[in-house]
Design a protein around this ligand. Structure first.
Ligand code: AMP
Length: 213
């Protein structure tokens, strides 16, 4: 099964990706995490991506498409996958369709709908585990011990691009560049809309139902 998670930054894609993938018996990948991993390893790609990510704008399509296609082409992902944060542009969606057309294409696209004021609230209080990427929120889902991941004990940090001024820019770019991609999949009949403002458990239940049905 090949699934795409779509929605604005802060809509909960990253929170749901692992459990959906686990349910389907496949792996999930976040294009943002792939870029952050390159930055941590200080690769050429990581250095290039950093200049775009810090400003809250998209990394160019050619670079992004190659990085994600390399992941998809790994034989370990031949049986399916969950994509979080890719595709975000029309060119990325077309490249993905072409790449997996012979394998039957995308099965399901989940779209997490969340209002803009809620996105800003979530992103500006967000902390992420450096090790396992689990997200927390200072007010609505704090860790048991401040600064420490409940799941793996890793250190929590605030992403540079979760600062208030960058968050607004990211949401604007999402609506300009990525909302048309949501419509592209909606017209293909594969899109399932999820109320992303419900509780994490309710969103999870709705997501699993949407990929199962
Ligand atoms: P995310 O972790 O999904 O919020 O992504 C963080 C940042 O990585 C984005 O603001 C972009 O700069 C970059 N990025 C992630 N995925 C993509 C993509 N599919 N296309 C272009 N840039 C991306």
């Amino acid at each position: 099964m090949r699934v795409i998670l779509m929605g604005p930054p802060g809509s909960g894609k990253g929170t749901q990706a692992a459990s959906i993938a686990n349910h389907l018996g496949v792996e999930s990948v976040s294009s943002g995490d792939l870029f952050r991993d390159h930055q941590k390893r200080d690769t050429e790609l990581g250095r290039l991506a950093r200049s775009f990510m810090e400003r809250g704008v998209y990394v160019p399509d050619d670079v992004t498409i190659k990085m994600v296609m390399d992941w998809i082409d790994d034989p370990a992902h031949a049986n399916g996958f969950v994509l979080d944060g890719f595709p975000r542009t029309h060119a990325q969606a077309v490249a993905l369709d072409e790449e997996i057309e012979s394998l039957g294409g995308i099965d399901r696209v989940l779209f997490f709908r969340v209002a803009q004021n809620e996105l800003v609230r979530r992103l500006t209080g967000r902390m992420i585990c450096r090790q396992c990427q689990t997200p927390y929120h200072a007010q609505s889902s704090p860790p048991n011990t401040e600064g420490v991941c409940d799941r793996c004990g890793g250190e929590l940090y605030e992403r540079n691009d979760d600062k208030a001024e960058v968050v607004t820019k990211r949401i604007q770019i999402y609506s300009d560049e990525t909302e048309p991609v949501v419509e592209y999949y909606r017209s293909g009949g594969k899109l399932r809309e999820i109320d992303g403002e419900a509780s994490i458990d309710a969103v999870s239940e709705a997501s699993l139902a949407a990929v199962s049905g």
